[in-house]
Design a protein around this ligand. Sequence first.
Ligand SMILES: Nc1ncnc2c1ncn2[C@@H]1O[C@H](COP(=O)(O)OP(=O)(O)O)[C@@H](O)[C@H]1O
Ligand SMILES: [Mg+2]
Length: 237
Amino acid sequence: MTALLELEEVHAGYGPTSVLHGVSLSVPEGGVVSLLGANGAGKTTTLRAITGGVRWTGDIRFAGRSLRRMPTEEIVRRGIAHVPEGRGICTELTVDENLKLGSHLRRDGPEVRKDYDRVFEYFPVLKERRRLSASTLSGGEQQMLAVARALLMRPRLMLLDEPSLGLAPMVVRSIFEIIRTINQTSNVAVLLVEQNARIALEMSSSAYVLEVGRVAVHGAGSELQDNESVRRSYLGY
Ligand SMILES: Nc1ncnc2c1ncn2[C@@H]1O[C@H](COP(=O)(O)OP(=O)(O)O)[C@@H](O)[C@H]1O
Ligand SMILES: [Mg+2]
């Protein structure tokens, strides 16, 4: 499989603080890759580097093209949708208005309408609540809204930052199932940041474990799941 996204020796940080110390990873076209690791390891910073939210050196390539010095809006237009930590939805807006933020850059009206239909198939609750304020949604529904909004950008790659955070286990299950369905039916590749390693590995073809800004372990999802010492040392289960 050819790589859709490739990070090569990426260094990044905030002002004088360096956080990533040479991270290399790749996500194949249509694949699901998880990025695991303890709190503070640099997972969120890695996603921010990809979408141009933090300064970096090294190289990041998407669909064969370097993203160096590319503005975030252009990165989004090229097909990367970022669902940030904490979901990033606007609770002052309605569900519909939040969804429009996902599709507003697109000029392919009829295709946009098809994507709305598809999104409402994945998340019927969002259709029922279209006209309500996003603040009336539960945590799980807000996460669904964030994923739905990203899908309306019709991305080739979705970056998901801890979609399970703060959600009840049953809700987490259903969100991961939808993410899996989206990946399989819409052929969207996924780079999934998770602290919940067990559930992330179940659906990932490969995984990277970050430890203080470096890749400590990399392997097939099943390989990491089966490796007891990796599980104990890095994944906490
Ligand atoms: N905006 C910021 N300014 C300064 N330091 C930050 C900022 N965001 C994160 N950091 C620091 O970068 C390190 C990695 O954070 P982060 O990428 O959020 O890790 P993770 O997502 O794996 O928990 C942490 O030490 C954190 O304190
Ligand atoms: Mg984080």
